[in-house]
Design a protein around this ligand. Structure first.
Ligand code: ITT
Length: 195
């Protein structure tokens, strides 16, 4: 296999994907690389896996090429799993993460249970084959304040106790050692290597 399409328009995600998939030594293309424009896909699934499959299937149908999609998000136990599958749309898709993150800190102000996890579901669609789906997590806590400038999205409020840092304070190498996406992409690499 010479190329892999990643059904994403999220630059932060794509940056991590390129680094994580480098060991495959194949061309890795985002939606923007492949189509020269963004393709809107309605993510109306109820679970991360359903949404990952919707994205990968839509793009595989358009390209006829092997396509991988990541659907991910932040699950906070004290907020009944919110923002969850709505993570990108929480408070509006175009609302800045400074506002989203501050709002979550406010919602979590009096909460004793701060446990949370990032979830990453990956779907791999190979034309004319059954889709492959799996999910991994990155366990941590909601921080008390916004800290760090690396990463993207909710990284500045996601505290990882083993390193005593938020995931926005971790280097890319550190995040790619422990994250939900890193663990899921490692599984994807093993599958794609066999194609
Ligand atoms: P695509 O669907 O085009 O891939 P998206 O941003 O809409 O891009 P998702 O629907 O999977 O992607 O939503 C994921 C959201 O979850 C993302 O926008 C972040 O807010 C959050 N998220 C996921 N992984 C994250 C990570 O590693 N660090 C910080 N936030 C993360």
């Amino acid at each position: 296999m010479k190329e892999l399409i990643i059904a994403t328009t999220n630059n932060g995600k794509m940056k991590e994907m390129r680094t994580l998939l480098a060991p495959l030594n194949i061309e890795v293309k985002s939606i923007l690389d492949e189509f020269k424009e963004n393709i809107e896909i309605e993510e109306n699934g109820k679970t991360f896996k359903e949404n990952a499959l919707i994205k990968a299937q839509t793009i595989a149908d358009k390209t006829g090429k092997v396509t991988l999609a990541d659907d991910s998000g932040l699950v906070i136990d004290a907020l009944d799993g919110r923002p969850g599958v709505e993570s990108a749309r929480f408070l509006g898709h175009d609302t800045s993460y400074i506002i989203k993150n501050n709002h979550i800190l406010e919602l979590m102000k009096d909460k004793e249970n701060r446990s949370a996890r990032f979830v990453c579901a990956i779907a791999i669609v190979i034309p004319n084959q059954e889709p492959i789906l799996f999910e991994e997590t990155f366990e941590g806590e909601i921080a008390k304040e916004i800290l760090g400038e690396n990463g993207f999205g909710y990284d500045p409020i996601f505290y990882f106790p083993p390193l005593e840092k938020t995931s926005a304070e971790m280097s890319m190498e550190e995040k790619n050692q422990y994250s939900h996406r890193a663990k899921a992409v490692k599984k994807a690499i093993d599958i794609i290597k066999e194609l």
